[in-house]
Design a protein around this ligand. Structure first.
Ligand SMILES: [Zn+2]
Length: 410
């Protein structure tokens, strides 16, 4: 495997700083198909995850079944035994250390999976060889490039490490986050642009309703709120982020509903922030030339990513919908916004069950509350540099009846 030292080669100051903080662990870059990667073993070592099990040539990990002790296989040496028939045969026998598994119990079957979960108790990452989907601390995140397999090593792109994994595992170290005093709410579409449609109504009206409910809640919690539209009017796309760009210490939250013309089963929540420079948009199948362009929104792509994660954990933690993931795009409202910005897709009007939910004002009120909790979650991170709550915190609080809003708002 060709490796080169991370230090000295990697121009990103963030990861240079990380390397200094890492102390014991060093980053080794692996070049593969003209892209730079780090190994999963390297990531595990850096963040203090248990060492991943070995991967086979087809990209499968040997994953012990749930509850089985994680034990590295003992060395295997061939031994010769003579069966009663007199025929000599060779079998494999496990030698060395006695297994912690009782000899009375059959050894657990080992499942083969292309997915591996790294769990330190405090943090969790799940990656799958060949896929761009990863789970980080309980929600789906879309990587820029598929997890690769090369030379017996599982590889994660350097860009995904620095722009997705690191800021989600250690969000308190993200730089450039400013306090949040104003929330710019951007209900999608409006006027002649009706957006998607269900038998119950138009996306533009549902989005405006959720935004107006969120405005009320945010104002009651002391935020200033500016709406890109508060009525059914058409606002050109470039004028929407321009509203936030003139307001210091603001964040931009665009609210939409989703639709699929080809898949009536498509459902769930997803959230977008600006794609980092060099990363394909999640909905593109591969890199494009425009991915290399520096967009105005790239100046805040780390805070925007943190806002997306904070809001998405709250959203899914409060409203049990399918997790379609934290995604990246170059939508005009994200590209042109120089304040932290996200676009939320609050379910599918093209899905029967979800369009019924979306038509319910009580359900939309619930979504608005979850978005407001997500904003509070980001505000705590931005202003106190403490970790935002994750989906499990919200779900636990729902079970125990704790009001997280009381604790989340500074
Ligand atoms: Zn829309």
């Amino acid at each position: 495997m060709k490796t080169s030292r991370w230090l000295g080669l990697f121009c990103c100051t963030l990861l240079a700083a990380l390397t200094l903080r890492a102390g014991a662990a060093e980053w080794n870059l692996v070049r593969f198909e003209s892209r730079e990667y780090v190994t999963l073993d390297n990531i595990a070592e850096f963040y203090g995850f248990p060492k991943p099990p070995p991967v086979d040539l087809t990209g499968h990990f040997a994953v012990p079944p749930v509850g089985a002790p994680a034990v590295a296989p003992a060395p295997v040496t061939p031994v010769v035994i003579t069966p009663p028939s007199g025929l000599v045969t060779t079998v494999e026998k496990i030698t060395d250390e006695p297994s912690p598994i009782s000899s009375q119990e059959p050894p657990p079957a080992v499942a083969l999976s292309k997915t591996i979960v790294l769990d330190s108790g405090k943090m969790q990452i799940e990656v799958t060889v060949g896929l761009r989907e990863a789970q980080i601390n309980g929600v789906k995140h879309w990587l820029a490039f598929p997890v690769a397999l090369h030379d017996g090593q599982v590889l994660v792109s350097r860009l995904d490490l620095s722009r997705i994994i690191e800021p989600n595992l250690r969000p308190e170290l993200i730089e450039g986050m400013t306090p949040v005093t104003t929330v710019v709410l951007d209900p999608g579409h409006g006027g002649h642009d009706r957006g998607a449609m269900s038998k119950f109504g138009f996306e533009k009206d549902f989005a405006l309703d959720v935004a107006l409910r969120a405005r009320k809640l945010l104002e009651s919690e002391g935020y200033k709120v500016v709406m890109t539209r508060a009525t059914d009017v058409f606002i050109p796309l470039d004028q929407r982020p321009a509203v936030a760009n003139t307001i210091p210490n603001s964040i931009f939250v665009s609210i939409h509903f989703n639709s699929s013309s080809t898949n009536a089963d498509a459902r769930g929540f997803e959230i977008f922030s600006i794609a980092p420079r060099g990363a394909p948009s999640t909905n593109d199948s591969g890199p494009r030339e425009r991915d290399l362009r520096e967009e105005p929104g790239n100046a805040v792509d780390m805070p925007s990513g943190a806002l997306a994660g904070s809001v998405f954990h709250a959203l899914l933690g409060h409203v049990p919908m399918v997790d379609r993931g934290v995604k990246h795009a170059r939508f005009a409202v994200l590209r042109l916004c120089t304040q932290p910005a996200v676009l939320i897709e609050c379910g599918f009007v093209s899905n029967n069950a979800e369009s019924t939910l979306i038509s319910s004002s009580a359900w939309r009120a619930h979504v608005a509350e979850a978005i407001v909790d997500g904003v509070a979650n980001y505000r705590v991170l931005a202003e106190r540099k403490t970790r935002p709550k994750v989906i499990a915190d919200y779900r636990r609080a729902a079970v125990t009846g704790v009001n997280l809003r009381d604790t989340a708002t500074p």
